[in-house]
Design a protein around this ligand. Structure first.
Ligand code: CA2
Length: 148
């Protein structure tokens, strides 16, 4: 594991999060994913870390990136799997298959929403969950990851 990768935190975002900031601001806030990436880069700099922020609408990309996080020796993964949170046994298995700690992140609080959002296959495998703080959920998760 190289020194630089051991100080890198992967921030993986799932389906539709590329459209963040364009609708439902009352649920998700008005920050775009680029805004969140900027917030994370600023905080990571203060913490002496680097973030690698990615988004995909494809489940397999997220599985591959979880494997890559371990392969390159990333310190942790922050994962907002979007709606795959509630459906994906493949993501659950991928999180279990790696030793890299994964922190589940959500902008909203899924438990305060529709019943179909109350099951999280990601959360069942993750080390921790931060939800309901809007864009700040990511920053809080980064602070937590920095202490691991
Ligand atoms: O609250 C979260 O972060 C969620 O992961 C967001 C997902 C939702 O399916 C989860 O239950 C909770 C939805 C992401 C949709 O992304 C947006 C796209 C356009 C505008 C606003 C949000």
């Amino acid at each position: 594991m190289s020194e630089s990768q051991s100080a890198t935190i992967f921030v993986l975002n799932g389906p539709n999060l590329n459209l963040l900031g364009t609708r439902e601001p009352e649920i998700y806030g008005s920050a775009t994913l680029d805004d969140i990436a900027g917030m994370l880069e600023d905080r990571a700099r203060e913490l002496g870390l680097e973030v690698d922020v990615r988004q995909s609408n494809h489940e397999g990309h997220l599985v591959d990136w979880l494997h890559e996080a371990q392969a390159v020796g990333a310190k942790a993964v922050l994962l907002n799997a979007g709606a795959f949170t509630h459906t994906s046994i493949a993501l659950h298995d991928a999180i279990k298959a790696i030793r890299t700690p994964v922190i589940e992140v959500h902008l909203s609080n899924p438990h305060a929403r529709e019943a179909f959002r109350h099951t999280s296959y990601v959360g069942m495998a993750a080390k921790a969950t931060i939800a309901g703080f809007g864009a700040q959920s990511y920053v809080l998760a980064l602070d937590g990851a920095s202490r691991l």
